[in-house]
Ligand binder design. Structure first.
Ligand SMILES: NC(=O)c1ccc[n+]([C@@H]2O[C@H](COP(=O)([O-])OP(=O)(O)OC[C@H]3O[C@@H](n4cnc5c(N)ncnc54)[C@H](OP(=O)(O)O)[C@@H]3O)[C@@H](O)[C@H]2O)c1
Length: 256
């Protein structure tokens, strides 16, 4: 992927991984547009950076995505990179019948959101030079966490969808998957200082050095995520599944 001179849209760019990517790409000489529901978070992430812009978007709303895409290409016609990063992670209990609101919101945000936004922008992007789509999945795409079943399932689906997209757009738009391990952000409450999670700066340093490889790998995998990404290929899926879910259960019991 070209590392400078792009116009990059990053969803969920007002916090966490999205904001960190926005800052690094901005510092490399790219124009960066960040999108999310909270205008204040977007403005705060921009600070006094000259070539960063905010656009409000609720990716759960299909009509809003269409309006947003039309405004984006009118105001920023040079947009050639889309980073589908916005996401939510909700804990769910499966052994009792329940309100499925969290499961449905997770699918709408994490799976339908990137599908709809990519669809709204694919023709614009394919006409731009050096176009790229980056989909943010998760290590949990490869080994699920029982406490976040719908989240894990949406990330497995994004992994699969990204593989199809890459083949379908071959030669027109470069398609990259970024699969983070557990990183210190506020994706779940208290996660930004949770022990054992990768500090955000260290994660982004590794991610940017992988992006700048020539060619950029189809999957951006920091070292820490190999434990999950390669579990099945290395014939240790069952042990890895047990290990991450035991770890989560013990963390829950310690907290209780
Ligand atoms: N941190 C980790 O451990 C980890 C691990 C694997 C994968 N990931 C993935 O990395 C991505 C970024 O997460 P993060 O860790 O940086 O957490 P985060 O700080 O909570 O970022 C999530 C972003 O998504 C935006 N968002 C959520 N719902 C949205 C909606 N309906 N419309 C538009 N934007 C929405 C949020 O902005 P608003 O609230 O302002 O809308 C927020 O800026 C997610 O896809 C997550 O699944 C994270």
């Amino acid at each position: 992927m070209q590392m400078t001179g792009n116009t990059i849209l990053i969803t969920g760019g007002g916090s966490g991984i999205g904001a960190a990517l926005a800052h690094r790409f901005h510092d490399l000489g790219n124009t960066v547009i960040i999108a999310g529901r909270r205008r204040e978070a977007l403005e705060e992430a921009i600070g006094d950076r000259a070539n960063m812009h905010a656009l409000v978007l609720d990716i759960e709303d299909p009509a809003a995505i269409k309006r947003f895409a039309a405004e984006l290409v009118t105001r920023f016609p040079d947009t050639n990179v889309l980073i589908n990063n916005a996401g939510i992670m909700r804990f769910e209990v499966l052994d009792k019948s329940r309100d499925l609101g969290d499961a449905e919101a997770t699918i709408t945000t994490n799976l339908l959101g990137p599908i709809r936004l990519t669809d709204a922008l694919v023709e614009h992007l394919s006409a731009r030079p050096n176009a790229a789509v980056v989909n943010v999945s998760s290590g949990l795409a490869f080994v699920p966490l029982v406490d976040t079943p719908t989240y894990s399932a949406t990330k497995a689906a994004i992994h699969s969808y990204t593989q199809s997209l890459r083949a379908a757009l071959d030669g027109t738009i470069e398609v990259i998957e970024l699969a983070p391990p557990a990183v210190q952000t506020e994706l779940t409450p208290g996660q930004s200082n949770r022990e054992g999670y990768l500090p955000l700066d260290a994660f982004i340093d590794e991610v940017m050095s992988l992006f700048s490889k020539d060619p950029t790998p189809a999957e951006i995998l920091v070292e820490r995520v190999g434990f999950l990404r390669k579990a099945e290929a290395e014939n240790r899926f069952d042990q890895t599944f047990a290990a991450i879910n035991d770890f989560a259960r013990k963390a829950r019991e310690t907290k209780a």
